[in-house]
Ligand binder design. Structure first.
Ligand SMILES: *Cc1c(COP(=O)(O)O)cnc(C)c1O
Length: 419
């Protein structure tokens, strides 16, 4: 199934053509055209992905790596092709290093169990940042409790950027793991990951894991250029189905790690007392995988490649600039995160005078505008800024300046309601 063709103008994207690929965007919500601005929570799916899921179940459905029959051959080859494609998309050319997981959360938990519980000892240090999604906090708290390892934190400045000058003091020979997000889901801050990896390598032999859930959908990502050791991301935030994601990690790291879960598909030989493991990547994929999900993610990647990640990034930057500009005209609006748009991606967290973020989201919903309100699974960020919650608008390549105009009009309505 080839992805539908998209008209691209010289400087970027033709959103009108793009939006035709996303049938969900055509509907009315509460009598208004839908303005979907909750892309940091999940993205919508293009018809190419919907079609490949339907076709897989109608025509090719079978279990993978087992049968000798035609359907199993088709399912296996589509599943493994998807793995290679998704890997290449992030610069990982060895498909053995591409582990399919349920998403970013499971990918990080795989590292926490497979690497953290196995290799960390009392007094070892794990460096996290206070910008992390709870998915990159709680697994390490659990590991620290069981191993005696100690959690250290890289703090934020007033604009929600990492205080990188503190790397000097916080990374040392006891640092065994550094795990941080590429792009903040709560603030939109884009972290200079390659520079951070270099600084960590200079001071320690720590393993570096990157949470790429908000980066892979929006920016060109190359794990080789970043020089990290492991990288996690989710399919559903990049036009793919829910329930599928990826842990990429260096072969040497994965080889050293014991399996995460035991079961079918991940063994070589099973005897009464013990078993041996299948080769990578299957060692970390116990049980029947989300075959359709992986194939759907492969098609999502093909679709994104058809548009081009640089174009996607450029379009989102244009929408972001426009939004920051327009929103600065709304009185009593406070925007969190870096003031320099070049340091952020298409996420805008804000509060509006004393209005509760949930009330803001409810009033906007009545006008067909979908945003998020809450702590965005980043309570440490909320605490840093002394707020319980924010409202958050987040863009993708199918959003337009018209969506932004609708948002700004909606915010003016919120202001009148609360005036
Ligand atoms: C969404 C998100 C996660 C969690 O992803 P799941 O798909 O829910 O597993 C982790 N980190 C960041 C930065 C995210 O945006």
């Amino acid at each position: 199934m080839s992805p539908s063709t998209v008209t691209v103008t010289g400087s970027g994207i033709d959103p009108v053509a793009i939006r035709r690929d996303f049938p969900i965007l055509e509907q009315q919500i509460n009598g208004h055209a839908l303005a979907y601005l909750d892309n940091a929570a999940t993205s919508q799916k293009p018809t190419a992905v919907l079609a490949v899921l339907d076709q897989y179940y109608r025509r090719d459905n079978a279990n993978v790596h087992r049968g000798i029959h035609e359907l199993s051959r088709r399912a296996t080859s589509a599943f493994e092709d998807a793995r290679s494609r998704v890997g290449r998309f992030v610069g990982a050319n060895d498909p053995g290093e591409v582990i399919f997981t349920r998403g970013t959360t499971e990918a990080i938990n795989l590292m926490a169990h497979g690497w953290g519980l196995e290799f960390l000892n009392e007094g070892d240090e794990i460096l996290l940042t206070t910008m992390e999604h709870h998915s990159n906090v709680v697994p390490w708290q659990l590991v620290a409790r069981r191993t005696g390892a100690v959690l250290k934190w890289l703090e934020l400045d007033d604009e929600g950027r990492l205080r990188l000058e503190a790397l000097d003091r916080t990374v040392n020979s006891r640092t065994r793991l550094v795990s941080l997000t590429h792009v903040s889901n709560a603030l939109g801050t884009v972290n200079p990951v390659a520079d951070i990896v270099r600084a960590v390598r200079y001071r320690s032999e720590a393993v570096v894991l990157i949470d790429g859930a908000q980066a892979v959908p929006h920016l060109p990502v190359d794990v080789a250029a970043l020089d990290c050791d492991a990288y996690a991301f989710s399919g559903h935030k990049m036009c793919g189905p829910t329930g599928i994601g990826v842990l990429w990690a260096r072969r040497s790291l994965l080889d050293a790690m014991p399996p995460f879960q035991g079961g079918g598909e991940m063994i070589r030989i099973v005897r009464r007392e013990s078993s041996t493991w299948a080769d990578l990547p299957h060692k970390f994929e116990a049980g029947t995988p989300d075959i359709a999900g992986a194939i759907g993610l492969g098609t999502a990647v093909q679709y994104l490649e058809g548009i081009g990640m640089s174009r996607i990034a450029r379009h989102e930057r244009e929408v972001l600039h426009y939004a920051l500009d327009r929103m600065s005209t709304v009185r009593d609006l406070r925007i969190f995160g870096p003031s320099d748009p070049c340091e952020r991606s298409g996420v805008i967290s804000f509060t509006l005078s004393d209005a509760h973020p949930h009330d803001i989201a409810t009033i906007l919903d009545a006008e067909g505008i979908a945003i998020r309100a809450g702590h965005h699974c980043a309570q440490l960020v909320m605490r840093h800024f002394g707020v319980a919650a924010t409202a958050r608008a987040s863009f993708y390549f199918y959003n337009t300046t018209e969506d932004v105009d609708r948002l700004v009009e909606g915010l003016e309505t919120v202001r009148t309601v609360f005036a």
